[in-house]
Design a binder for this molecule. Structure first.
Ligand SMILES: Nc1ncnc2c1ncn2[C@@H]1O[C@H](COP(=O)(O)OP(=O)(O)OP(=O)(O)O)[C@@H](O)[C@H]1O
Length: 306
């Protein structure tokens, strides 16, 4: 759906994007991550056709969004600016955008959306009196009023309380899973990204440093690591020696009742079976995965950008 190839952008002789490439497929929730100043907003603005690249291409449905009005109508955008009119009520703001996009049966759609973002009770109040979070929720409703196939969200949950953040996460998941909508999410909230995104690109200093599924990135240790807790700490040393002698096990260390075992892919279940067969009672076993935050910090710190 989105195809970015060798994109570069230079501002006043300073290279902000150094040739980035990635793709976003239909139905994906794509997380676009990177530290402040990495070039995320610049990339989004180029994809939306608001800014011309220095070189390279950014295509949506194979075309340049800046040149295709009809395609832009299939896209929803929530950038830093909420795009709301302070003097108009929440309802009238949505009514305005519904008119702009030619939404059929706008009254019903507006009612549904205001209910959804929990603003029905404030529908007739001027938006200028809203809190930051209320405005952000209304802006989200505004961005999806025309039921776009592709939705760009730039920090959609900034300024939202935990309940509202949950609402936005649920909305993103519903759009993607139940309606096969595609979401391009730019966020510094890595916990949120880990929960909703299928794939991410991590941008740093104008280059894509990682581009993979969240699952792969989190598991991309050279060798999988299991943490095995034995029921009786007195059996831990024997269990560790036993495990270390098995084929496919690279190392095993003990800390109290916990064995940390590094092993080749797919050996984990066999290791657990051997322990049980040897009479070692297990209290817990889990494959250790890194959080997306660990992965992210590992990448940007390695680059010396934090
Ligand atoms: N119009 C412009 N003129 C000159 N420099 C610009 C312009 N727009 C962006 N930049 C520079 O490009 C770099 C990348 O900015 P960009 O806004 O794309 O980063 P970002 O990854 O979105 O950061 P943040 O997370 O802080 O929003 C920054 O150094 C910024 O100062």
């Amino acid at each position: 759906m989105i195809d970015v190839t060798n994109l570069t952008k230079t501002f006043d002789g300073k290279a902000v994007l150094g040739g980035i490439s990635f793709r976003v497929e239909e139905g994906e929730v794509f997380g676009f991550l990177g530290p402040n100043g990495a070039g995320k907003t610049t990339t989004i603005r180029i994809i939306l056709g608001l800014l011309a690249p220095t070189s390279g291409t950014a295509r949506v449905w194979g075309s340049d969004l800046g040149r295709e009005d009809a395609l832009r109508r299939r896209v929803g955008v929530l950038l830093e600016n909420n795009g709301l009119f302070a003097r108009l009520s929440a309802h009238d703001n949505l009514r305005y955008y519904a008119g702009l996009y030619g939404v059929s049966n706008p009254g019903k759609r507006i009612r549904e959306l205001l209910e959804y973002v929990d603003l029905a009770a404030s529908a007739d109040e001027p938006v200028g009196t809203f809190s930051t979070g209320m405005m952000r929720k209304l802006a989200l409703a505004r961005a999806i009023i025309h039921d776009p196939e592709l939705l760009f969200l730039d920090e959609p949950t900034s300024g939202l309380d935990p309940e509202a953040q949950r609402l936005v996460r649920d909305l993103i998941l519903e759009l993607s899973r139940e309606q096969n909508r595609t979401v391009f999410l730019n966020s510094h909230n890595l916990n949120e990204v880990q929960r909703v995104c299928t794939k991410v690109a991590i941008l740093n200093a104008g280059r894509v440093r990682a581009y993979d599924s969240v699952e792969h990135l989190r598991a991309s240790e050279k060798a999988p690591v299991y943490e095995i807790t034995v029921a009786d700490p007195a059996t831990a040393e024997r269990a560790s020696s036993l495990v270390a002698a098995l084929d496919g096990v690279r190392s095993s260390s003990v800390d109290g009742a916990v064995l940390t075992v590094s092993l080749d892919e797919a050996v984990g279940p066999r290791v657990l079976r051997e322990l049980v067969l040897a009479g070692v009672d297990l209290a817990e076993a889990r494959r250790v995965t890194r959080s997306l935050e660990d992965v992210y910090l590992g990448i940007v710190r390695e680059e010396g950008a934090v």
